[in-house]
Design a binder for this molecule. Structure first.
Ligand code: STX
Length: 315
């Protein structure tokens, strides 16, 4: 079993005001003189967690974690206004400038891969390397697969609760139906929809599903931000100008060292997207883990991620 690095605490935290409305939580761990790496969390709306620090050797990396707008310790919680992909890309630049970093390694899984790619194609010269896992390009087919029809064929049991939160006559467009509830003025309606949405994702993330994970995803505070922000980004097609925007922009980053790590049995972000990215960016290292799903904590995925961070750590 691969072991993550030991738990660590930040040596420094920041509150960064990025708009009239939003303030971000930013933290630095590890070695202030080390290679800078930014951890880009999933969702959108998932927030960063203490164990995310453990993908990196604290002796060799200056590890930067932040909570994206509206989630984790950033405020206001679950806020959808002034919250777009391009706001988040701009926030990453603000963080980089605040910390006086020229170039950093960008590490992200799932939505973290989406945002990591959006950042990298916009600011390629700021990226020392990219480490991407569980590739999500936020294309219509990916949203349809997981939230409408596809993953439901693999997890019909977990699907029931997600489906039953929506009345039959609205099930033709689940994302739209959820959006209506997740933005309802009634907090009880919002909370019920958020729980159902979030538990669906938590129940399907691992090759061997863990009840712990599903339960954690169902906690009110987490679910509210996760479900509302995800749904908002999906309704808005990721704020990308076209469905294949990221793939079309990959030419901008092909000379940056890159690693793509993908679980073969990822049901949340099926391997087709990682494969499409690999085709568009053949120079990047492409590691398919034959016995894993979506989660970064699965042994085969963790092992490849640790290998990748070790490679770019410098001396
Ligand atoms: N959303 C996939 C995603 O980014 C489509 C994601 N799924 N679960 C997570 O992120 C966390 C484990 C980070 C909450």
């Amino acid at each position: 079993m691969p072991q993550p690095y030991s738990p660590i605490e930040p040596y420094c935290t920041h509150r960064l005001k990025v708009s009239e409305l939003h303030e971000l939580h930013v933290e630095e761990c590890g070695n202030p003189e080390g290679t800078p790496v930014v951890f880009v969390h999933g969702g959108p709306g998932g927030g960063s967690e203490p164990w995310h620090r453990q993908f990196f050797d604290a002796n060799r990396y200056r590890i930067i974690l932040f909570d994206q707008r509206g989630c984790g310790r950033s405020t206001p919680h679950a806020e959808l206004r002034e919250n777009t992909t391009w706001d988040l890309v701009a926030d990453m630049e603000k963080i980089r400038e605040l910390l006086g970093i020229q170039k950093w390694v960008v590490f992200g899984g799932s939505w973290g891969s989406t945002l990591g790619l959006a950042y990298a194609v916009t600011h390629p010269r700021r990226c020392r390397a990219l480490i991407l896992r569980g590739i999500f390009l936020l294309r219509e087919a990916e949203i349809r697969w997981f939230y409408q029809d596809g993953a439901s064929w693999i997890y019909p049991d977990a699907w029931e609760a997600y489906r039953d939160a929506i009345p039959v006559e609205e099930r033709g467009d689940m994302v739209q139906a959820y959006y209506k509830r997740l933005t309802s003025p009634d907090p009880a309606v919002r909370a019920a929809a958020a729980r159902a949405w979030s538990i669906w994702e938590g129940s399907t993330s691992k090759l061997f599903p863990s009840p712990d994970m599903a339960a954690r995803f169902g906690e009110d505070r987490f679910a509210e931000a996760f479900a509302r922000i995800e749904c908002h980004y999906f309704i808005n097609k990721g704020f990308f100008e076209s469905d294949d925007y990221l793939l079309k922009q990959v030419h901008r980053i092909r000379d940056i060292p890159g690693v793509i790590v993908q679980g073969r049995y990822d049901v949340v972000c099926p391997m087709r997207s990682a494969w499409d990215l690999h085709q568009a960016w053949p120079e990047a290292d492409f590691a398919v883990v034959p016995d894993a799903g979506h989660a970064a904590s699965e042994p085969g995925i963790l092992s490849k991620l640790l290998e990748a961070t070790d490679r770019y750590a410098g001396s």
